[in-house]
Design a protein around this ligand. Structure first.
Ligand code: SF4
Ligand code: SF4
Length: 316
């Protein structure tokens, strides 16, 4: 029996690409992280450089609009090659957005040469690795450069005073997201309320949505790409769809229901059409910067998240 092929996306207007190359190292030493204080050999550095250059060239050659989110294993933005890649992509007319996850420890001056309305930084604060004052100094540098960024933390209950201090000292216009901490005891009601006062969208992240069979844009208008060019629909489903260097990516895209039991990570669930995350995040979706029309009143977004959860998700 013939296997059904996805319908080609000849008229594709825009594709979101989450890129994660071979880089797997970090200058920070977070105790729970496999990349902490890991250094790469010159050969590994070169392999990452070559993979990044090939990916950037691929983006440059596409006939449709592209948005890119770099989600490295470790810290990439300390390296000039990533600063240059983000800068270069931000200047291409068909690149809508280029975002990158970072601990914000590296140089920031390169942003002056980038297309700053298109660059978004997903900056995470790691108490224990950097002082609050040092981190805030970096955010003030971003403000002075006119950069777009979000700031986030993991909502470890014991860190609540640090998280509150960060919120109090951060530019009031800067969104501070809080990721639910998975590995500890359940939050108390008081902790949930405190974290929700800090991040009005915290309750969206605290849930584990039961997504198997749900329509998801991942694999249709959003993909994950590794350093070899292997395409997967998202970072959470390992089955390859093909390779951007060997095929026209449009031939790999098709609407597909989610194949995983659950999805609980921001970069995943924002691709669920039923959640309508675009209404709150707008152009800032990839860098987690709420810039959409509903950010002023995200009640409808929160309601949709609750409906998704009631439709079969489990609390955690
Ligand atoms: S900053 Fe991020 S990548 Fe680096 S050690 Fe900490 S958690 Fe890991
Ligand atoms: S719901 Fe999450 S796990 Fe499922 S396809 Fe979408 S992004 Fe991937």
């Amino acid at each position: 029996m013939a296997v059904a092929r996805p319908a080609p996306h000849a008229a594709l207007e825009h594709l979101t690409v989450l890129y994660r190359g071979p880089l797997s190292s970090c200058n920070y030493g977070c105790p729970y992280c496999p990349f902490a204080k890991r250094r790469e050999s010159p050969e590994e550095q070169e392999a990452d450089r070559a993979a990044l250059a090939r990916f950037v060239a691929w983006v440059e050659a596409q006939p449709f609009e592209v948005s890119v989110l770099f989600t490295p294993w470790g810290e990439a933005l300390i390296w000039p090659r990533y600063q240059q890649a983000v800068t270069h992509l931000s200047r291409l007319p068909h690149v809508r957005q280029v975002a990158i996850q970072t601990n914000l420890s590296g140089p920031l001056g390169w942003l002056a040469d980038a297309g700053r309305t298109r660059v978004g930084l997903w900056a995470t604060y790691h108490p224990g690795e950097v002082s609050l004052e040092r981190f805030l100094t970096r955010t003030r540098e971003l403000d002075a450069l006119g950069a777009r960024y979000s700031v986030g933390v993991v909502g470890v209950p014991a860190h609540l005073p640090d998280i509150q201090a960060l919120r109090d000292a951060l530019n009031p216009a800067t969104y501070l997201w809080v990721n639910a901490f998975h590995d500890g005891r359940p939050y108390t009601r008081a902790e949930r309320e405190a974290l929700t006062r800090i991040d009005p969208l915290f309750e969206v992240n605290i849930r584990r949505y039961r997504t198997r069979g749900q329509p998801c844009a991942a694999g249709d208008t959003a993909i994950s790409v590794d350093g070899h060019g292997t395409v997967r629909r998202c970072h959470f489903i390992p089955v390859p769809l093909g390779n951007i260097y060997e095929q026209d990516v449009r031939d790999l895209l098709a609407p597909r229901p989610c194949a995983r039991p659950t999805c609980h990570c921001h970069i995943g669930y924002v691709q669920l059409p039923a959640l309508g995350a675009q209404d709150v995040y707008g152009a800032g979706l990839l860098a987690r910067i709420p810039e959409g029309p509903d950010w002023a009143d995200p009640g409808a977004y929160l309601d949709r998240a609750r409906q998704l959860w009631r439709a079969g998700a489990t609390p955690r």
